[in-house]
Ligand binder design. Structure first.
Ligand code: CP
Ligand code: NVA
Length: 306
């Protein structure tokens, strides 16, 4: 039974722990093929708005809608001009008349909040400057495939305190992992999100020491040092001095738990936060993780729209 019908999904904390559990259970069931041949979203349409490029998010949402019996429409910002050709409010008030849900990848998280404020249909965050919650569903599906349960698992995120780091901190509330986030000074994750997660009982440690953070980790996660929209800061961010010691190499993976796994949301900027040998390493699960975007989002769509 769908557990979050009609709900927006702007952050992982839009799901209660029980709803999060139900979505992941459905994701595992989707992957086992238990929904094959069923069309729970027959006749439903997802509008997909992209202010930024995408491989995984665009493909997996479109394939997900097709496999569930519905379909997806891809709208680039060049066509619809969020806030330039017309106000975000008017775009929401139009789309809600035609489609069953809106997925949007935006620069400013406030754009998603505005879409959600005016659309009576669910709005799904396909990545903002603040969060990337659909990625975390696939990440935890991947982690559960390897470890079974996640309570107390030692998860380390190293690199930039960006949308991925923030989403990891929120998801720690739901997953019960012991999360360490190691960033250079000046690149810490969002302080409000961190304080809120602690208040909700998450076990999260912030540090500037990547060596200690990696030691014995059961899940090691990294992401790019220059996110989409930060290209103007790229030369500063790529300076070796800022992120020295934060690159994931095969040697880094030797220092995590012997049964540990390496994850990266992709795309990778090889030679910066990671080298190709780490992505292709036997401890890497990054392509399972990419596959799980499909199963996890099918599960999410089923629970919001089914
Ligand atoms: N990980 C992820 O969201 O990939 P895309 O940017 O290709 O969608
Ligand atoms: N932090 C990255 C994630 C890409 C999936 C970005 O925002 O560009």
């Amino acid at each position: 039974k769908p557990v979050a019908k009609g709900r927006d999904f702007l952050s992982n904390l839009d799901l209660s722990p029980a709803e999060y559990r139900a979505v992941l259970d459905t994701a595992h069931a989707m992957k086992r093929g238990e929904f094959r041949g069923l069309k729970p979203l027959e006749g439903q349409t997802l509008a997909m708005i992209f202010e930024k490029p995408s491989l995984r998010t665009r493909t997996t949402f479109e394939v997900a809608m097709n496999q569930l019996g519905g379909h997806a429409i891809h709208l680039t910002n060049a066509e619809i001009g969020l806030g330039t050709r017309e106000p975000v409010r008017d775009i929401a008030l139009n789309l809600e008349r035609w489609v069953d849900a809106i997925m949007a990848r935006v620069y400013l998280h406030s754009t998603l909040e505005e879409l959600a404020r005016y659309s009576s249909k669910p709005v799904i965050n396909g990545l903002s400057d603040l969060l990337h919650p659909v990625q975390l569903l696939a990440d935890y599906q991947t982690i559960e495939e390897h470890f079974g349960s996640t309570k107390g698992l030692r998860v380390t995120y190293i690199g930039d305190g960006n949308n991925m780091a923030n989403a990891h901190i929120q998801c720690a509330v739901l997953s019960g992992v012991k999360l360490t986030v190691a960033t250079p000074r000046g690149y810490e994750p969002n302080a409000v999100i961190y304080m809120e997660a602690l208040r909700l009982g998450a076990d999260v440690t912030l540090t500037h020491d990547p060596v200690a953070a990696v030691e014995g980790a059961q899940v090691l996660y990294t992401d790019v040092w220059v996110s989409m929209g930060q290209e103007a800061e790229a030369s500063q961010r790529r300076k070796v001095k800022d992120f020295a010691g934060f690159q994931v190499t095969p040697e880094t993976l030797e220092r995590i738990d012997p049964d540990g796994i390496f994850l990266h949301c992709l795309p990778a900027h090889y030679g910066e936060e990671v080298v190709e040998e780490a992505t292709l390493h036997k401890k890497s699960r990054v392509f399972d993780q990419a596959e799980n975007r499909l199963h996890a989002q099918k599960a999410l769509l089923y629970h919001l729209l089914g």
